[in-house]
Design a protein around this ligand. Structure first.
Ligand code: PMP
Length: 311
């Protein structure tokens, strides 16, 4: 029977939330030297189970982030997927839930060095209830941020590195304080990269257009999901390429996508209407397919889901 206090996986075991603490000397706290994932598990009422969406792909990306930062994940991908299903069950989750796995530099020695001899990096995992992060249907108003996305040769966007989220926080906070729902970050050369913590798609001439992976974006799993569903299920061509800022102003439709964001329609940017200023048909079709996929209603895509049944 799940206790009222959720458990967290830390230092190789499940402990109650109130006991899951770290020293202030922890390297990851001192230097941001950690990588993480954001994974969603959805409640599927027809099956009375939770489904974790694309868990294996998330842990593959976590391992990729580890390689970039010279961190060593102490567990393999299979074990991390198993622990994800286990924590959902242990915490008795029966509503949409966010999972946050982190591999962090646990050493307590001072010095911004990634390769520390004789240390192991630690893995932790917690859950939090979470419905969609932005209103997916209202039609968001976003701006182009004055903050730029960090370049691959600075802090690689391809790695989901904790320290890099200072950039996200600046983009998101300034947009919110200026009255926008979110913001689009340009890369240092002035091309469109992505939203504060989500990828971006435009519709131009009935085709989907999204910034290519070489434009300082996170290689989003929702982005890959949208591309696959659009091509296979809707027969809509997708161009992954460099995108100019002013293409944002002439697009027919726009949406943001990410694990927490899901698929969120954007209908205004920098005080200009996108298309006719309403949520467009391609955005709606993608939202609908995505919603079916995450809830296990698309038989061809069940391999994206890890069931985590409640006991
Ligand atoms: N870009 C950034 C900077 C993000 O933080 C996220 C959220 N993980 C995304 C894009 C979307 O990626 P995903 O679909 O894999 O969640």
């Amino acid at each position: 029977q799940p206790s009222s206090e959720p458990v967290i996986y830390l230092r190789g075991r499940f402990v109650p939330d109130s006991e899951a603490s770290l020293s202030v000397r922890t390297h990851a706290f001192l230097y941001g030297t950690a990588v993480f994932e954001g994974i969603k598990a959805y409640w599927a009422p027809e099956r009375e189970t939770m489904f974790i969406f694309r868990a294996e792909e998330h842990f593959r990306r976590l391992v990729q982030s580890c390689r970039i930062l010279r961190l060593k994940a102490p567990l393999d991908i299979r074990r991390m997927v198993e622990l994800s299903a286990e924590i959902v069950v242990r915490n008795g989750c029966r509503e949409d839930t966010y999972l946050r796995p982190i591999v962090y530099k646990a050493d307590r020695r001072i010095g911004p060095i990634l390769e520390i001899p004789d240390t192991v990096d630690d893995f932790c995992l917690f859950t939090a209830p979470m419905s969609a992060y932005l209103d997916t249907h209202k039609g968001l108003h976003v701006c182009v941020s004055s903050w730029r996305r960090i370049d691959d040769n600075m802090i690689p966007a391809r790695a989901k590195c904790n320290g890099a989220y200072v950039n996200t926080a600046l983009i998101k906070t300034d947009a919110a304080l200026a009255g926008f729902d979110d913001a689009i970050a340009l890369s240092d050369d002035g091309h469109v990269a992505e939203g504060s913590a989500m990828n971006l798609f435009l519709v131009r001439d009935g085709r989907l257009v999204t910034p290519a992976v070489s434009n300082n974006i996170l290689e989003g799993i929702t982005r890959a999901t949208v591309i696959e569903l659009a091509r296979k299920e809707l027969g809509i061509p997708v161009e992954s390429r460099q995108v100019d800022r002013t293409e944002l102003y002439v697009a027919e439709e726009m949406f943001l996508c990410g694990t927490a964001t899901e698929v969120a329609a954007v209908t205004r940017i920098d005080h200009r209407a996108i298309g006719d200023g309403t949520v467009g048909p391609i955005t709606r079709a993608i939202q609908d397919l995505f919603d079916q996929a995450i809830h296990g209603r698309l038989p061809d895509y069940m391999h994206w889901l890890t069931p985590a049944g409640t006991p």
